[in-house]
Design a binder for this molecule. Structure first.
Ligand code: SF4
Ligand code: SF4
Length: 200
């Protein structure tokens, strides 16, 4: 229903506010509601806040085992679907304009995302058929300049599958299940067992 998400979010904010005060915590307990941490102040940047797993800021490119094992095949679907058009991809090709392959897959020669334009919508993640792009919760990326510093290239975007597992364990588990299912589907069917010849 429209607006339910907004009301739920406001309820969380209200609960945190009420839970700031001793009387409020008593009230929450009486209503069998979680107390939470209440509203608090941290001494940033000396102290960093622990982000919720669902927190997201900026995409990163996932690789398996080593950075040579990029999951991205440079299909450019994310580039086309990104609403503010802040992804720029070029597929790696040889002199005859034929796609190059690494580990059996095509790969991007160039993969840039403009930090100053990205709106953290996560659409690139949702449309990627290869689980190759995910959302990071790293957010301290502000600079004093408005130039190439805000254009993150392939090298800056690379993160390992272990890193993804570390920052978003629940989501990574779902992604891993999908990858396992996909790998099982792509296996050639096992040959049927040889039939026993009829007895003479
Ligand atoms: S991140 Fe995914 S959708 Fe984007 S180019 Fe790579 S494989 Fe395609
Ligand atoms: S999060 Fe949204 S805006 Fe940012 S790169 Fe992905 S699709 Fe584009």
């Amino acid at each position: 229903m429209i607006g339910v998400g907004v009301l739920k979010g406001m309820a969380v904010t209200l609960r945190q506010f009420v839970g700031t005060y001793p009387a409020g915590r008593v009230l929450l307990k009486a209503l069998h509601l979680p107390e939470g941490n209440g509203i608090f102040t941290i001494s940033y940047p000396e102290t960093k806040q622990q982000h919720a797993e669902r927190f997201r800021y900026f995409p990163f490119l996932v690789y398996d085992a080593t950075p040579d094992n990029l999951r991205c095949v440079a299909c450019r679907i994310c580039e086309q679907e990104c609403p503010p058009q802040c992804i720029h991809i070029t597929m790696a090709k040889d002199e005859q304009n034929r796609p190059l392959k690494a580990n059996g897959r095509t790969f991007p020669a160039q993969f840039d995302i403009d930090v100053s334009i990205c709106m953290s919508c996560r659409i690139c993640v949702d449309v990627c058929p290869f689980e190759a792009i995910e959302m990071d919760n790293r957010h301290e990326i502000a600079t004093h300049a408005r130039g190439p510093e805000l254009l993150f290239d392939k090298t800056e975007l690379l993160r390992s599958a272990e890193y993804f597992q570390q920052i978003k364990p629940t989501e990574a588990a779902v992604v891993n299940q999908r990858l396992v299912a996909k790998a099982a589907k792509s296996q050639p069917p096992k040959p049927a067992a040889a039939s026993t010849p009829p007895a003479a």
